[in-house]
Design a protein around this ligand. Sequence first.
Ligand code: MOS
Length: 781
Amino acid sequence: MTGELSRRTVLKGAAAASLIGGTVGFGTSAHAATTSPAADGLARKLSVIGTPVSRIDGRAKVTGEAKYAAEFQAPDLAYGSVVTSTIARGRIAAIDAAEALRVPGVLDVLTHANRPAMADRDEAYHDDAAPDGSPFRPLFDDRVLFNGQPVAVVLAEDIETARFAASLVKIEYAAETPATDLEAERSHAVVVEKPWKGRGDAASAFASAPVKLEAEYFIPMEHHNPMELYAATAVWESDGNLTVYDKTQGVQNVQRYLCGVFALEPEQVRVVAPYVGGAFGSGLRPQFEVVLAAQGALKLKRSVRVVLTRAQMYGLGYRPATIERLSLGAKHDGTLDAVTHEAIAMTSRFEQFSRHDTSWSGLLYKSATARYVHRLAALDLPTSCDMRAPGAATGVYALECAMDELAVALKMDPLELRLRCYSERDQNDDIPYTSKRLRECYHQAAQRFGWERRSAAPRSMRDGHELIGWGMASGIWEALQIKHTARITLAADGSAEVACATMDIGTGTYTVMAQVAAEMLGLPVERITVKLGDSSLPQAQIEGGSWGAASVSHAILRAATELRGALLTLAQATPNSPLAGLRAEETILADGRLVALQDPARAVATADLLHQAGLPTISKEAESGFEPDDRHAHNTHAAIFAEVRVDEELAIVRVTRVVSAVAAGRIINPKTAHSQILGGIVWGIGMALHEETLIDHRFGRVMNANIAEYHIPAHADVRNIDAFFVDEPDTVINPLGVKGVGEIGLVGVAAAIANAVYHATGKRIRDLPITLDKVLLRDRA
Ligand code: MOS
């Protein structure tokens, strides 16, 4: 199964093919789906869905019972330590492993010269999230494509020996000059085709617009830095098969990938990841630790564990640095005449990764004309990849700062400008939304924030030596849903298991699955066991794009519906059944009984049905049954208001308050969903003020490859956050009205903060992060 995601899935009308083919991706309404018309009406009043159930995996996590990829044990386990390149481009001239091999306890040193056999076709390395191009092949040949590339793995009896011996491996390179600076390479960037072509003549409309705003914004390269290190424990089973515990966002994706790379059959590889300590997109594609662990196991014919160091994780993917150019033309009343959004992002020389930065204005704001251009610069770096809200985090940051600048130019309140331009339709495709309560988000968040007390002029609000700034922005993301299959097994004792090969990357999938199953089966959440994160379970796609909850919920709903039908068949096989003559949709499961909807007195205990049939359990599996829907836009929305305080002498920026209202359909679990939004807001603070990967372009090497120098928000950076959900009924998207949350929490946050910094200081800092040197130095300029 090959990826080819960007080409196939962004094309209008390709959705059916891409869903059937199993390829998935972000950033296009061409993916969006509704459930098939035949899908299940929801007869019951919901009592578990929508309640703040605490994480069912919470206890396992806080007690250490939850095992992560590097914690699974195997007899005779060997340890791999990775040696990475110190040049960004060139060839390996020689590897001298003699000294490493002399260390007692060292088993082998794997390099491109002595690794096990690997496929030599690009297709074998494609995965479900692979962009166009030629995927990176770990230890394949002598070519060096980026600094930090794995070039050898030392295998030893213990990790200390492996790491010490890795320091003794000597590598000579034939180095070439790398190019890693996006700014320096921007003129070489090439246009990438995107599905949205814009509308009208934006250039002329801009030229004749009475009020114009043109500005360029910059978002730096960012790395994911999940708490859990990338790790794989490849267990060599007695029959020569592999059980691979891997940190990933898609166990079946990794399984297919390993089968492709090592020419194995699906039954020879099982991939397992019951818990994932954060990933944020970095685990959507198989990463090199899993290839290295598998190479080690296949070479030694014993179990091998490879754990990357924090520094080595800066050799994986990253959010591409992006230059965003906005030109907005408006009338004096705030009506938009022209939007031009151009982006230049970065990728590797071997794959063309890009998402959709430029077309979000078509969803948010009415404008007579629009033009979108996306360019891509190929650099001597690993391929860029998805990071939380890929495309939107960057593109909407620029759009929302530009809208703030336009509001200043128009002498109009920035919220008022958004309301005047409010779009009731997706203008990119001229279609309505399945639901859109962004207006309610604006109103409710503004009210909670106290926006009407804002004094419009910059530098006009202060508290002692601190300047106070209030800024706002809109957020938008996609409500995607893709094919998942769920299996429900009901036991005579009234417990049930629900299983799907989806993932819980910390988002709450376990809990959400248990809630939907409990709801549909009429059982308490405590009676539900959830199985996920195992490639041997029913089919699921990678977990990302905020599509997990909607996708798996609907599969569970359908499996439960089939199960109810099977129970009714059992019931009606009994003479004088109280349920005789009823159709499945005229019954529900409640309190361990199958009950007639219209007459609760007509009921049969499910335990009795199983006993009578001589069945210990009854099991049903069902697919989610989504159909491509080009007739609606499927989106989640947010309104974010931020307060900053800026020390006037020291230019230190503190985010003292964030209010975020989110409209995301029905919220299955307000507690876990709220946590997702909180996490997104904290990330937004980091994006605005802290995060940036710094490269020494002479060597193409990351200089701050550690979480001491790669800054992320600490507790002291996170103050008062008020995040809440706006009620948003959606009867179109799926029977439960679920859209999914996660990424929507981040989009727009950095813009709200940047706009607040402008309001506090009168200084417009367009390149992130907004560090104090920029706040101070630009004042003097
Ligand atoms: Mo996230 S970028 O959808 O894994």
